[in-house]
Design a protein around this ligand. Sequence first.
Ligand code: 4AD
Ligand code: MG
Length: 463
Amino acid sequence: MDTISVADARKAEAVGKAVRLRGWVRTRRDSKGGFSFVELNDGSCQGNVQVVAPGELPNYEAVVKHLHTGASIAVEGEVKASPAKGQATEVLASKLELVGDADAEAYPLQKKGHSFEFLRTIAHLRPRTNTFGAVARLRHRASKTIHDFFDERGFFYVHTPVITASDCEGAGALFRVSTIDPDSPPKAEGKVDYTKDFFGRPAYLTVSGQLQVEGFACALGKVYTFGPTFRAENSNTPRHLAEFWMIEPEMAFYDLSDNMDLAEAFLKRIIADSLDKCGEDLKFFAERVDKEIIGRLEGVRDKPFLRVSYTEAVDILAKSGKTWEFPVAWGNDLQSEHERFLTEQHFKSPVILYDYPRTLKPFYMRVNDDGRTVRAMDVLVPGVGEIIGGSQREERLDVLEGRMREQGLDPHAYDWYLDLRRYGTVPHSGFGLGLERTVLFLSGMANIRDVIPFPRTPGNAEF
Ligand code: 4AD
Ligand code: MG
């Protein structure tokens, strides 16, 4: 007898097989005919399998008739073609064991729908809900596709450090990593003496693996990193997390236009695989979360992304006749309201914005000949806004040092990074895709806290 998943037990091919199944009870219904239906889910797929538990089971009265939502069980039986509508199969149990009971009164997940806000307070149990199961499977699929996509194109996966001394984005939104006793820190000249700290210097959680991955790109050609990143920004928005996962490819000898081509092919591939392989979960999102989701994904998969300069975008926004919460002017950063107007109302398409003012973007972006703009690119998609940020990198040593000083950074602190420009410098480019923004986009979910297993946001680090 094979132990199979609910996903496999639901397939018509399984009919006639003797199988063992294990999972959690979603519901139990007792029939007047002296048997019970148990909806069993094991997380392998969106759907449940219906277990028919006959009254002849020796533990029928003592156990089966007391099975509660949330209890874990093991079932042995035969897969049968189901007479019921909407399911190909059901399992006629010859044995049903209770593995772990769940108190019916106390179990926080009752049959009725719960708000996503409530489910965040039980983040350890929410994977058992339909929505979070679907999110988890979609997130897995996207991650798998990401590795496949790069592997097929000859990229190498590089593991960049989580602990770093450099502020990649130069934005100062860093979490400190320290073993100093905050109640009695070592001091020198009245200040905390970080030379006595664990690493002998100030150290932080990384905001991006880019600087390190550039070193590998300038040796192995095409590489990517995929890991957790941390930002201590006090942004309480539905699109920001303090801990999120980012995929950062970096390519030697790529210019901005090569970079855009890659970013577009990459996003399209993630969408195509989700549509091909997560159909049941996407159907669920379309029914319960966002009616438009499948059409929107197909549109982004099939249509070319528009490429529009920052300057043109500002012009469009200024002429739109809209009133903005954040004023539009050349040199101002684009906010979510502007990004979403461009993709959702004006172009009705994903847009790659490029050539942003140098004052808005980090030191590492290549300065254009106009001196005012840098070779930045942001990919904006409907429903989410910015999903990718990237650039061609500044490969000229003197310009790069100048940009660091301009942004109040000490070039000596980045000496190792500047070496890449001292020895065999090459034009190169890369970008960062936020995994949670991607899952938001794929699922139509509204809040980024609901697409990561254990969200970390200002004031929240439970579980
Ligand atoms: O635009 P960002 O800040 O770019 C970088 O970090 C570059 N070093 C990437 C590179 O060129 N290698 O971030 C890239 C993406 C954003 O477009 C967004 O999808 C996501 O990371 N992101 C966040 N996601 C969730 N919460 C946050 N606080 C995020 N900040 C950025
Ligand atoms: Mg960005």
